[in-house]
Design a protein around this ligand. Sequence first.
Ligand code: ADP
Ligand code: MG
Length: 619
Amino acid sequence: MALLQIAEPGQSSAPHEHRIAIGIDLGTTHSLVATVLSGKAKVLNDEQGRVLLPSIVHYAEQNTQYGYEAAPFITTDPKNTIVSVKRFMGRSQADIKFQHPYTLVGEANEMPAFETVQGRKTPVEISAEILKKLKDRAEASLKNEINGAVITVPAYFDEAQRQATRDAAQLAGLNVLRLLNEPTAAAVAYGLDQETNLSTDRNYVIYDLGGGTFDVSILRFSQGVFEVLATGGHTALGGDDLDRLILKWAKKQLDLEHLDDEEYAHFITAARRAKEALSDKESVELKILDHSLTLDRPTFEEIIKVALDKTISVCKRVMRDAKLELDDIQNVVLVGGSTRSYAVQKAVREVFNQEPLCTINPDEVVAIGAAITADQLIGNSKNGSLLLDVTPLSLGLETMGGLVERLIARNTAIPVARRQEFTTYQDGQTAMLIHVVQGERDLVDHCRSLGRFVLRGIPPMTAGQARIEVTFQVDADGLLTVSAQETTSGVKAHIDIKPSYGLSSEDTERLLLEGYKYAEEDKNLRHLQETKVEAQRELEALNQALKVDAKLLSEQQLNDLNAATAQLEQELQGTDIKAIESAVEQLKIHSDAFAALRMNQHIDAALKGTKLDDWSNSN
Ligand code: ADP
Ligand code: MG
């Protein structure tokens, strides 16, 4: 009888199936979706042949509209027409300092919701609607179910903003393979991760000038991993500002003082068209209402110089932050619709002294890189080298004295797990507060608090006896889980870090810069704090001992000990390390004597009446 065949678990008997994975660029003003077909990445369009989906959702009483269809309501129904929802993702009311026409509801320290005619809509829900639209588009155009997606996020997005993005994707019914940094995606689109010579590091600048935002990142590709060396940018500088500069110029040319709303709309549209046309032409005609103007390239360059200069000075600053010279940069990649402008390309070429990469459509390059990564992650690509990402800021926890113990350093390749043992500070301590922080500084107060939890049920033991294992785990999306376990009893506690508020890009940048700037100062502060904690621990132990055995001391000895204690307590109020250290030395002389007496007594007890002195003398 023939034997029946059973397949290996997890291996299907069917031939290899091509699985469908998509990459989504969830942009502030535009979003789009791409996929890899027959080994080639391509963007997917809607039924009207449009690739970009404006990131706009309009809530009406009866229906919801998206993209181009929602755009006209920005002026007629601004409160119910949500634009730039990305700026609200993972942010609390308190973080939202920019102007907007919306009514936001919710607690100050949580992500607020938009009050619309359809009720409350959170930024996560609104983003989910945009993602769902793109998912539907992909399903319709590929005539297939989508198996997985890679969604891009700005490099400076923190835990909260990433978590919010991931939640939105799940709400849209997408299986998120990974969140990918936008600049990393752009680098992948140009195949910069396919560098085969792994012995030398390569550095790339990603210059992203979109409609309303400017981001520049410096990436290092080293040993198959992209690190973010530095980021910088402006949250309110983009193509829209170039339009406004042209409008200002036009008003001046025509000697116009004030424009009403309708005139303004005509002017700004004409300005934008002129700007875009100048990317192919030497000179353009602006026809606005009954006015007519000519704008040539030299004049245009003059007009927008102020905005481009700002981007250039940010580029120079991030180069300094990354401690790189022009010669260290192998490639500059252009991203964002505004980099189509010849004037932007020229400015970038001049500052980096090389020809920037711009052969891939700058609107599409991020989605293309996301699609290529998605294809690899889902297992279609034969390409073995899988792209890794890194943690943007260091992760650690608070130890005694308000110090940060870093478990995972910034720029560590993810996914990653790190474990470290900690112990109790006091005798009989049965609970421990685990406070998780993010940042580059040594003191907790200078870092950002991500969350806290308490490990309870530690069996009472002498201080320093308990063994508490704390594990930090960052998954491939950069999301963190922290767990703690007391090893003898096995009691456990854990937390998924899902903070309800986020850090602004400026804040992340500030935390990084401060980390560099204060490195020396922090080292001294850390030393001071550690010295203080150690001294306090000794005082605490001494107090405990005195409670039990003070009677062993003569009056003189007790006075000396008390005087030394008082001296140390006084020095602990100050910040003079040397003084604290010498007070500790002084105290040690007396406390060591006391410790010897105590030891004697214990041995006495053990030897049942035989004094240590007698015993040693008897030899
Ligand atoms: P975001 O990333 O913020 O969603 P985009 O990358 O889509 O924005 O860029 C939109 C900007 O690109 C707009 O300001 C638009 O005017 C500008 N833009 C589009 N095409 C051109 C062009 N040919 N020349 C100059 N600017 C352009
Ligand atoms: Mg963009």
